[in-house]
Ligand binder design. Structure first.
Ligand code: DCT
Ligand code: MG
Length: 427
């Protein structure tokens, strides 16, 4: 029986194995036989999850079902699939037999059926069916437009709109974000590389220090966790002197705009006031900071640009269009030479967040992710510690007071959790 002793095996000295209360452990291990020492803790924030994943076939399948549930507004089901996926991510070997899953937490009947199907038949019929379904495909295409959420996509689908062409041909008036999203659809659906993230960081850093010397900028989100690609680039900005960050965002945005770096931006002000709002509810923690959602115009590095043009000019413009996907492709074709040339820049989603210095550690922890890790941290805080954690603060309900922290390590300590670096928060 390989069971979850795998997990123990994979844990290096000093890694957390005994954080969980004994009785909690027993509750989770419904199927476990007494002699098996199971130590996969049930909260993702108790497990070190690196990017090394030995079960990508299974996790890809369950992630797709999670995504489908989320797109259909079935949050509970989505979370259940995400939790099951996260457990599979920490296993030190590929699963080859269902018995290996005995005693593992968070694997519900539905997830187990999917896994069994894959192990026995090479694929899950439910996953394959979902992938092929017109509804799933339409939801993916439409929510792939920046500014379009599941609810809007759902409404459009009910009206018979399944593709970008149909949307363009419809009489719908799109808002500013959606127009920009449609215009830069191809670029925004291409993964952003770490190198592109670093190039953007240089520009944003220049903007930030020129408008407020001493201000500090940190790369957050997936890139801080060591991912090599992402769907956007996230930055957290602060200033060591509390209060100096006030009014910073409009100045940064103006600087970037004046230099032609922004194709779109929308800024929201900081609406969090501890004295007024009290401990932020977990669900509302993402939107209270001064925040800028933007589409960045990132110039291609000249050398890379030339290479692309050379390769692509061997294809006919028509071929290029099909390579690049449906419609909306930014290819400049010179009529006289019939020579196609790529535009010398690409659009990238960039999120900027400004936090007051006293909230910086909470913002850093809250914005580093992964989304599931964050959700689990908040669940742990609420259910196990009677605390409310947000990206602004940590409130202890028993002591009726805020717990201050100036580093992520201190927040983990307040929560009674072993500290994990960002690279181990990839749940
Ligand atoms: N976040 C969260 N809950 C959400 C959305 C975001 O806790 N509902 C946090 C965790 C990650 C961080 O904000 C940045 O969000 P994304 O950019 O969506 O996540 P990411 O991990 O950076 O993913 P990607 O690499 O694809 O950008
Ligand atoms: Mg991100």
């Amino acid at each position: 029986l390989l069971d979850s002793s795998w997990y123990t095996e994979s844990m290096k000295a000093g890694h957390p194995v005994e954080i969980l209360d004994r009785h909690k452990l027993q509750e989770q291990q419904v199927n476990e036989s007494k002699d098996v020492e199971c130590i996969v803790p049930s909260y993702a924030c108790q497990r070190r999850t690196t990017l090394e994943n030995h079960n990508t076939v299974l996790t890809d399948a369950l992630s797709l079902l999670a995504e489908n549930a989320e797109l259909n507004d079935e949050e509970g089901r989505g979370v259940a699939f995400r939790r099951a996926t996260a457990v599979l991510k920490v296993l030190p070997k590929p699963v080859t037999d269902m018995t290996q899953l005995r005693g593992l937490p968070c694997l519900g009947g539905h997830s187990l059926r999917v896994i069994k199907d894959i192990l026995e038949n090479g694929a899950s019929s439910e996953v394959e069916f979902t992938k092929q379904s017109e509804r799933f495909k339409a939801l993916k295409v439409l929510t792939g437009i920046f500014g379009v959420g599941a609810k809007t996509a759902e409404r459009w689908i009910r009206e018979g709109i399944h593709s970008l062409h149909q949307l363009q041909d419809s009489a719908h008036t799109l808002n500013r974000a959606q127009k920009a999203g449609l215009e830069h659809y191809e670029d925004l659906n291409q993964p952003v590389t770490k190198a592109e993230g670093d190039a953007i960081r240089e520009v944003v850093e220049k903007a930030v220090v020129s408008v407020l010397p001493g201000a500090e900028i940190t790369l957050i989100g997936g890139f801080r966790r060591g991912k090599l690609t992402g769907h956007d680039v996230d930055f957290l900005i602060t200033h060591p002197e509390e209060g100096r960050e006030v009014g910073l965002m409009p100045k940064v945005v103006s600087w970037l705009e004046s230099k032609g770096f922004l194709l779109y931006q929308k800024t929201t002000g900081n609406s969090y006031l501890e004295s007024k709002d009290g401990p932020a509810r977990p669900s509302s923690n993402m939107d209270r900071f001064e925040r800028c959602f933007s589409i960045f115009k990132l110039p291609e590095d000249a050398k890379q640009g030339t290479q692309q043009i050379e390769t692509l000019s061997k294809n006919t413009p028509e071929h290029m269009c099909s390579l690049a996907g449906p419609s909306l492709v930014k290819v400049e074709v010179n009529e006289s030479t019939n020579c196609a040339k790529l535009k010398p820049w690409r659009a990238v989603r960039v999120d900027l967040v400004v936090a007051p210095f006293s909230q910086f550690a909470f913002a850093l922890l809250g914005w580093t992710g992964s989304k599931l890790f964050e959700r689990e941290l908040r669940r742990w805080a609420g259910h196990e510690k009677a605390m409310s954690l947000s990206s602004h603060a940590l409130y202890d309900n028993k002591q009726s007071k805020y717990l201050r922290a100036s580093s992520e390590e201190e927040i983990f300590a307040h929560l009674g959790l072993e500290y994990f670096p960002p690279s181990e928060r990839n749940a």
